[in-house]
Design a protein around this ligand. Structure first.
Ligand code: ATP
Length: 555
């Protein structure tokens, strides 16, 4: 396809306000693209290379302005381009307004000023050469190549070339438009296109596959070790949501680090960030770990976490010091160590696992990673108390919290769905009085546990029960609380103990519900011990009135 035609069609798209018409125009463009379809599908979104490609143009604005100024001739300099840009607000408009082309000393670049044989493929090839320029003098080489391209451009071509090289296409074509246009141009199902994009992230490849081989070939497109997949994301949610929606939840620690996708084909390890940037060189210890402990071929999903000398997690900011680092990697490695916590397995031993239930993918993960310390611990349970204990341990271990996952769910790349929930921290806590307890069992037989909680009724000055808290306490805390409460025991009946109001606990919860179970008429969902309020007496604890207000505010 002539680049002139691409530019003319891009201009039509840009001028079209209606989304549906835009899809039609882009579909026409794809149908007319011939051998250049792959490139066109990227260019139209302002991408020169596939999203996951290691090749980057690396052209700063100044370099682009310099090339433009040179192509515009003797009277224009970079400052003037910047002034024009300040007025126009769009590099495309500036480039289109310059009288480009025909500058001396070009020889092989022809006459310039458009009407030339510049093709989409030719532009892509020149830009690939430009990206490949490296080392001393590479900036000059880039300016020279770009100048050569601009010098051959008509004004419409210059408009879109300048935007393309600066990654500012802005003709209103996003990923959704490209997907819909592929569907329309090549008569393939939207679901097939969507899925193929998720596994490949290569719009050019998907467009070509749709056109040349159709639906079946799209559906057969698999993961490829070395080519990143869009990361599955999470919504905020509660334990109640998880258990209500799935019955059983898969619970993991939420590690406070940076997402990392691990690809290992047996020869080379590649690591990608959440945005599918290649971060392999920045994290050599993960590369070494994977080479030593992971069975190829695999694609794993996980979190890279910065740790101190004892292996305890460091704050999130620390991993950022390592993540995209290009220089002094070895020195930084001495300062901040990084560990892998793998939590998913997308491909193992030649088999794509995206459609396999999470619980099974986690089993596969355990089987391909030799050193289990790098595999996230998984609790599969329908018991909210067990989840609370797991969460308390995760928080005690210095982690961010927990993730709740649907054990039966597939891995849906790029999707922020309801199958992964990051547990929201409690919004409010209540300070409640202990009015009863139960003696523990087994190892905890000498401790009081399962504390009955009450709120004060201001009107009657009575304490009304509202729930029980059994989770979130360590053995030391149980021991200390037992010592505090024992002198206040009024009566015992088997394991059940009646306690006079004396000790106030701060308790987190997910929701307040109306409930006939307790005398207050309310119950706490998923109550969790936070602390002993040493500074509070039963008289200054929270009241039923406050509980009512909080319940109302929940809507
Ligand atoms: P946040 O800032 O809360 O991490 P986010 O927008 O970066 O939010 P979310 O999808 O909301 O990402 O939360 C999931 C993120 O939590 C993942 O991208 C991952 O980096 C991190 N994470 C830590 N531990 C896990 C785990 N066990 N399973 C999945 N993701 C985890």
């Amino acid at each position: 396809m002539e680049f002139q035609e691409f530019a003319a069609r891009a201009a039509d798209v840009e001028a079209e306000p209606a989304d549906l018409e835009v899809v039609d125009l882009v579909a026409d463009l794809f149908a007319a693209a011939g051998d250049d379809l792959g490139v066109v599908a990227r260019f139209v979104q302002g991408r020169v290379f596939p999203a996951h490609s290691e090749t980057k143009l690396d052209i700063g604005p100044r370099l682009c302005y310099e090339a433009l100024a040179r192509a515009a001739g003797r009277n224009v300099d970079v400052d003037e381009i910047e002034d024009l840009l300040a007025d126009a607000g769009d590099i495309g408009a500036v480039a289109a307004g310059l009288d480009l082309g025909g500058q001396a000393g070009l020889g092989a670049f022809g006459d310039g000023g458009g009407g030339d044989d510049l093709t989409v493929r030719g532009v892509a090839d020149e830009l690939a050469d430009l990206a490949a320029a490296a080392g001393d003098g590479s900036q000059d080489e880039k300016v020279r190549l770009l100048f050569g391209l601009f010098n051959r451009c008509s004004s419409e071509e210059a408009r879109y070339l300048s935007r393309l090289v600066l990654g500012e296409m802005r003709i209103g074509v996003g990923e959704g438009t490209v997907r819909d246009a592929v569907v329309e141009a090549f008569d393939v199902p939207a679901a097939s296109v969507e899925r193929a994009l998720q596994v490949s992230n290569d719009y050019g490849l998907v467009a070509e596959t749709a056109r040349d081989d159709g639906e079946a070939a799209l559906d057969a497109m698999g993961l490829e070790v070395g080519r990143p997949v869009q990361a599955m994301l999470a919504q905020a949610g509660t334990v109640t949501d998880a258990l209500d929606e799935w019955g059983t939840a898969a619970v993991e620690t939420k590690f406070d680090g940076a997402r990392v996708q691990v690809h290992y084909d047996g020869d080379e390890v590649a690591l990608y960030s959440r945005n599918m940037e290649d971060v392999t060189d920045a994290l050599p210890e993960l590369v070494e770990f994977v080479e030593e402990h992971v069975d190829p071929p695999v694609i794993l999903d996980g979190e890279a976490v910065a740790v101190d000398e004892d292996g305890d997690p460091l704050p999130f900011q620390e991993i950022l010091k390592r993540f995209r680092r290009k220089h002094d990697v070895a020195a930084m490695r001495e300062e901040v160590a990084v560990e892998l916590h793998a939590f998913d397995c997308l491909h193992a031993n030649g088999e794509d696992l995206l459609g396999v239930p999470f619980r099974e993918r986690h089993d596969r993960l355990r089987s391909v990673v030799g050193d289990k310390s790098a595999v996230s611990e998984l609790l599969v349970t329908d018991d909210a108390d067990e989840i609370a204990d797991f969460e308390a341990a995760a928080l005690d271990g210095g982690h961010e919290g927990i993730m709740l996952k649907n054990p039966e769910a597939a891995y849906t790349p790029g999707d922020r769905g309801r199958d992964w929930l990051k547990r929201k921290p409690d919004v409010e806590t209540l300070d409640l009085v202990v009015t009863g307890a139960e003696w523990g069992e087994g190892r905890r037989a000498s401790f009081l546990g399962t504390f009955l909680l009450s709120a004060r009724n201001e009107a009657s000055s009575e304490f009304e029960t509202i729930g029980k808290v059994a989770t979130g306490l360590t053995d030391e805390e149980l021991d200390a609380l037992t010592d505090r409460l024992e002198p206040h025991i009024r009566q015992e009946d088997g394991q059940d103990v009646d306690i006079e109001p004396a000790v106030v606990l701060e308790v987190g919860y997910e929701e307040i519900q109306a409930s006939p179970t307790y005398s207050s008429g309310y119950a706490l969902r998923f109550p969790r011990y936070v602390s002993v309020r040493e500074d509070k007496t039963p008289e200054t604890a929270d009241t039923i009135e406050r509980v009512e207000r909080l319940a109302d505010q929940q809507g």
